[in-house]
Write a protein that binds this ligand. Sequence first.
Ligand SMILES: *Cc1c(COP(=O)(O)O)cnc(C)c1O
Length: 382
Amino acid sequence: MGLESHSGGEVSPLVRPTRAVVDTEALAENLREIRRVAPGRPVLGVVKADAYGHGATLVGPALEAAGIDWLGVALVEEGIELRERGVRVPVLVLDGAFGSDCSVLFEYELTPVVYRLEQLDALAASAGRLGRRPRAHLKVDSGMGRLGVLPEDVPAFARAARERGVEFEGVCSHFANADQGDEPSVRLQGERFDAAVAQVRAAGHAPTWLHLANSAAALELPWAHGTLLRPGLMLYGYVPAERLRGRVSLRPALRWITEILQVKRLPKGSPVSYGGRFVTSRPSVLATLAVGYADGYRRGFSGKVSVLVRGRRAPVVGVITMDLCVADVTDVPGASVGDEVVLLGRQGGAEIPVGELARAGDTIDYEVLCGISSRVPRVAAA
Ligand SMILES: *Cc1c(COP(=O)(O)O)cnc(C)c1O
């Protein structure tokens, strides 16, 4: 049928109708919108976790074509996947998880973030063997309490890098509360970051890339823009906090769809799915859908979410099972086998926003998106 899956770098024919359809034009529009709200700054697009579930091998090349300046991944493996798809822009590895032989970084032209002395040793040794220049971005822990060199250790770490010939071409940090806006803990992280940059310079580095602005900071905190923005969520078309919705015009790039596999009429009083926790309260028309929790349509959504069929909402009833679930289409005239069913995104004038699934699953938009499992093929919108 001419459709290709972009999951895991594989291309295979699509048979099951469940898929995540990604509109690469929306990605390009969202990038333009980020450049509008935060003008004059290069953008590093975060495409970790298979591009927030959108498919990195689809999103990476699309963002490159749209003029993105950098891409950011969590893992070395994710960086390799981008290079194997022909991505040429600089790629930053955000988690810095690499071992004593890091020649793979040079082989695939991946720039790591660093925060431990052993990483400096490894970079210097591999670069020496390969006749290359060891370069990295220093990660500073300015208050997130997770990854990074603590502020008081920055001067010694920067000197240690110089001694080993490792050049900090970037300095970065990560906000813990940027979605809360301009509040004291966010300010404090910014001040610590600025101090760290000064110390890195004093140690003899000349970092070009100063970055700590995730989506929320890119949108709201101009003082935190540094010389490179580092948004993820906004690129995919979502705001990092509800209160920011009016400030920016973004379009969700992903539609998660499936089809009706079977339609049946059941009398009032019929139990549905494991445990019979849902019992029809009227003569009902039920549609069995080709999606379940193994696809990331979480069991915890059971009884709390709806899908779109023929432009109307239909509640998911009974427990969501591994491969299948059931929607009540009694109020959707004409619902038939083969109808497109939208789990997330738009159909006609109706929409299931990601926040609706996040609330149902007692989680956040990010986790719903990257929870769409690798069993779901990612395809480019026609
Ligand atoms: C995920 C991540 C981002 C992007 O955050 P968004 O809130 O999606 O914009 C930026 N920087 C780092 C280090 C990250 O891990």
